[in-house]
Design a protein around this ligand. Structure first.
Ligand SMILES: Nc1ncnc2c1ncn2[C@@H]1O[C@H](COP(=O)(O)OP(=O)(O)OP(=O)(O)O)[C@@H](O)[C@H]1O
Length: 306
């Protein structure tokens, strides 16, 4: 375990009967980091967040948050805020009740910032929570998550139902506030293209296993694309681990694991091929597309990131 980490996880597993929701997951998240938690539906992201936030206990493995096991530890739990659109509230609760209740549980709560966010998302203070639209519920979760200023904040798909303008407002508010009040934020998302720029660390879960644990800089080193005439692409990438190839007519674009070396650059120049970067969204799609038995690709992907 890393005692100085905000989150330290070793060999974590969670089973639900026959379902292995998480298996042998190990990573650290340094304090004051925005970490993206990515993966397909059912990969295990919410399960992982539930364990880290002390709402659930692992079936195996160890887990520390700010150096302590979170489950049933009040000292740790007051440092955490879990924000999600499907948060359960009492039936009688209106938006304003959330604003008056949150500070009772969240010692770092900033009421002025909460008011500002309510304005930003044009939330109707007197409306009952159960009557809000999905986007408004997400906005309530965002207000709670950001105004909590919790040293460890979980944002579980915080954009559900939000229109693009509201999402932009959320990202702006998050980044502005994080710059002024650094803290650790773990955010699960499927809208990778919108947020990849501000993740300092990326965790990718696939079928309950940790597939990638990389810093933003390392992500760029994980893979690259080679595009051009299909035969030339094939010849240039023959000795490399290709994760995925798209073909259109006689043209192809291959996602290749690792970084292009001098020989690859030379071959590309000779054959009129283009070498380019792979966006995070495309990389994750390509890693997911690699055959499940392609342990080599997966292990290589992980090795390169540790
Ligand atoms: N309480 C539970 N009982 C049984 N199985 C569960 C339970 N919670 C989660 N699972 C299973 O564990 C796996 C991981 O689910 P989890 O909700 O963590 O995925 P996720 O990555 O958050 O998915 P999504 O992106 O769709 O929200 C899934 O197969 C899910 O069906």
């Amino acid at each position: 375990m890393s005692p100085d980490a905000a989150v330290s996880v070793r060999g974590l597993a969670r089973r639900y009967g026959e379902v292995r929701a998480l298996q042998d997951v190990s990573f650290d998240i340094a304090p004051n980091t925005i970490c993206g938690l990515l993966g397909a539906n059912g990969a295990g992201k919410t399960t992982l967040m539930s364990l880290i936030s002390g709402q659930d206990r692992p079936s195996a493995g160890t887990l520390q948050v700010f150096g302590r096991e979170p489950f049933d530890d009040a000292a740790v739990l007051t440092q955490l805020c879990f924000a999600r659109e499907n948060q359960a509230y009492p039936d009688t609760f209106a938006v304003r009740h959330v604003l008056t209740t949150c500070p009772l549980f969240l010692p770092h709560w900033d009421a002025d910032f909460a008011d500002e966010l309510v304005e930003t998302f044009r939330l109707p203070l007197n409306h009952k929570i159960r009557k809000l639209s999905r986007g408004q519920l997400s906005a309530v979760a965002i207000v709670a998550g950001l105004a909590s200023r919790a040293p460890l904040t979980f944002l579980d798909e915080p954009y559900l139902g939000l229109d693009p303008t509201a999402r932009r407002r959320f990202y702006d508010a998050l980044l502005r506030d994080y710059a002024e009040h650094p803290r650790t934020i773990l955010m699960s998302t499927h809208l990778i293209g919108e947020v990849e720029g501000f993740f300092e660390q990326v965790l990718v879960i696939d079928d309950g296993r940790l597939l990638v644990d990389a810093s933003a800089e390392d992500i760029a080193e994980l893979a690259f694309t080679v595009s051009g005439p299909a035969k030339a692409v094939e010849a240039a990438t023959g000795d490399r681990q290709v994760l995925e190839t798209h073909r259109i007519g006689g043209l192809a674009s291959a996602v290749v694991l690792g970084t292009p070396d001098a020989a690859m650059h030379r071959r590309a120049a000779e054959s009129g091929l283009e070498i380019g970067p792979v966006g995070l969204q495309d990389l994750i799609a390509a890693l997911g597309a690699a055959p499940h038995g392609s342990a080599e690709a997966r292990a290589h992907g992980q090795e390169a990131t540790r």
